[in-house]
Design a protein around this ligand. Structure first.
Ligand SMILES: Nc1ncnc2c1ncn2[C@@H]1O[C@H](COP(=O)(O)OP(=O)(O)OP(=O)(O)O)[C@@H](O)[C@H]1O
Ligand SMILES: [Mg+2]
Length: 566
């Protein structure tokens, strides 16, 4: 979960002694894609050993800038200097040869290979003289341990959850002993313990003289880590400022060009007497044991827990994307009737369940296909006549749905891949709304979405529930859950371990239930507090490769926390 709770007082930032002269310099860089100006006249200097953050709205040009530094895009205009020398990087390979590596926003895992093979791809130790698997294994273990990631090197990379794939990318960059790492939203899908582990790694890298360019929508993360922050807006550089003098509010105002209060839309009272729109009983499926709950019309039910606790698995089981071995799922069907969802996703959809999946790339978007197709994909029936898709209505409906969620930077005809990451996420949202569902399962719906657009999505969710939609909201962002949900279920190891309502809904209670007995409920509130050596750092790894820690201690039950019998 992200350390996005109450902002603790920041420790005084110490001047870095390790920053030594400019490492990267961009001079008057511009880049267009067709008619889209992604960057215009950007000049920027990043010191060696600095942590330099890039912030800005979705589509502001952050990833484009990162890719130019790492050789994945060539600028149309302007100069790139490394260590004071003008360079022309024609490919990521050129950049790697100069010690520059990109951890991209869209993860680039080779799904058919193992974790280990992915990490060492192209730099197998064989080249350095050793070839056996044992050597590779040992190197992998050392590397993973040095970062504090628990991730099975033998696992098939393609079958990993998004957060674990993100870790593979991070390990891959680390083993290449880069001098400069561009990290494009590296913590977007990590949960709290891994976020903290990665923060530690980033600090350590910088301390050892590695330069880090960090793209993030988590402004508190930026303030905590960065020495300097560059704010981009519509492809132009607004300003580069020392992080120490900024606040989340000041960064937001500079990003958006207006001020925005961070608050969530006012919560309507929980709809006590409203009809149940989704009833789940004894649901047992891969990663899910005996989960039961009801969701009412107009209710936002938060599903919290660590990555790997089974939240996505619950979503996928309800949507029938995963096999269900026991239990029932019933969706309200007008009047007092209900429909039992027994078939596959198609049936779930027809019954009125829509899902925004966790991974937009693997489970959602067809990146090569036009935007319009991606949005209308699951509701083609509504815009078809006798099986033929009527293009006019399709475009019109799609345009409406896109403007409802404020998708920017693209025409309906261009491929989805050309939209910025956050706008791709909004496409998924637009798609699920087209069907006018009764139940919306939103799995990390604001991942990679900028602060302004997040706010728009929150308002949209709230207004949809006013219209009677029931929302099951899965989020690793505790603040988001607390800000939106009427009620929270917390999962751990495939089960619901707590149900929190009213005053009992607090960050501490959610974390306590998420971490389970071994959790010290006081420490994670404050990301700056000294790290507890017994903290369950690895507990977010998937259950299969994370054996219970032998250090488990007595369970501290936080006040106001209602244990649900298991
Ligand atoms: N390959 C491409 N083809 C066409 N347009 C592109 C391409 N890549 C980026 N763009 C456009 O360039 C602009 C900047 O995109 P970029 O991905 O750099 O934004 P970003 O700041 O990283 O946004 P996000 O926070 O959503 O990741 C956007 O308008 C985007 O649609
Ligand atoms: Mg981006």
């Amino acid at each position: 979960m992200h350390p996005r709770g109450d902002d603790p007082p920041k420790p005084p930032r110490q001047e870095k002694e390790t920053i030594q002269g400019p490492h990267v310099e961009l001079r008057d860089i511009s880049k267009s894609f067709g008619g889209t100006r992604a960057l215009e006249g950007v000049s920027l200097t990043v010191g060696r050993g600095a942590i330099h953050a890039l912030v800005g709205e979705n589509g502001a040009g952050k990833s484009t800038l990162g890719k130019i530094i790492a050789g994945a895009h060539t600028p149309d205009h302007g100069q790139l200097l490394l260590d004071g020398e003008t360079v022309h990087l024609h490919s990521p390979r050129d950049a790697i040869a100069r010690g520059v590596i990109l951890i991209a926003q869209e993860l680039a895992i080779v799904p058919s290979l193992t974790v280990e093979q992915n990490v060492f791809l192209g730099v197998e130790p064989r080249r350095a003289g050793f070839q056996n698997r044992r050597e590779l294994r040992r190197k992998y273990r050392d590397l993973a341990a040095s970062v504090g990631f628990e991730l099975d090197g033998d696992a098939n990379a393609g079958s990993l959850r998004t957060a674990d794939q993100q870790k593979v990318e991070i390990l891959r960059a680390l083993c290449r002993s880069a001098q400069l790492i561009v990290m494009d939203e590296p913590t977007a899908s990590l949960s709290r313990p891994d976020v903290e582990a990665l923060h530690k790694v980033i600090r350590q890298l910088a301390k050892n003289g590695t330069t880090v360019v960090l793209v993030s929508h988590f402004l508190n993360e930026v303030l905590e880590l960065a020495d300097e922050v560059t704010i981009l807006r519509d492809g132009r550089l607004v300003q580069t400022v020392p992080a120490a003098r900024q606040t989340e509010e000041s960064l937001m105002a500079a990003m958006l060009g207006r001020s925005l209060d961070k608050a969530f839309p006012a919560k309507r009272p929980a709809p006590a007497g409203a009809p149940v729109v989704l009833a789940v009983r004894g649901l047992t499926a891969p990663g899910v044991s005996d989960v039961s709950f009801e969701l009412r019309a107009g209710e936002i039910l938060g599903l919290a827990g660590l990555v790997g606790a089974g939240r996505t698995e619950v979503a996928r089981a309800i949507y029938r994307a995963n096999r269900v071995s026991a239990g029932t799922i019933a969706v309200a069907a007008g009047g007092t009737g209900t429909v039992a969802v027994t078939g596959g996703p198609r049936m779930a959809m027809r019954a009125g369940v829509a899902m925004i999946p966790e991974s937009r790339k693997e489970q959602g978007l067809l990146l090569g296909r036009p935007v319009v197709e991606n949005v209308s994909l699951s509701s083609l029936a509504a815009v078809s006549t006798a099986g033929l898709v009527r293009r006019g209505p399709e475009r019109r409906t799609v345009r409406e749905a896109m403007s409802r969620v404020d998708v920017r930077g693209g025409t309906p005809g261009q491929p989805a891949s050309t939209l910025s990451g956050g706008n791709q996420q909004k496409l998924m949202f637009a798609r699920s709304l087209l069907r006018d569902p009764r139940v919306l399962i939103a799995d990390e719906p604001t991942r990679g979405v900028d602060v302004g657009a997040k706010r728009a999505i929150y308002e949209l969710l709230t207004s949809l529930t006013d219209g009677g939609l029931g929302v099951l909201l899965i989020s690793s962002d505790v603040e988001e859950i607390l800000g939106l949900a009427h009620r929270v279920l917390v999962m751990r190891a495939g089960r619901v371990t707590a149900e929190l309502t009213g005053d009992a809904m607090s960050e501490a209670a959610i974390l306590a239930a998420a971490f389970g007995p071994r959790h010290d409920s006081a420490s994670p509130r404050d990301p700056n507090s000294p790290r507890d050596p017994n903290s369950p750092r690895g507990s977010s790894a998937s259950p299969s490769n994370s054996p219970p820690s032998p250090r488990d201690s007595a369970p501290p039950i936080p006040p106001g926390h209602e244990e649900v019998p298991e």
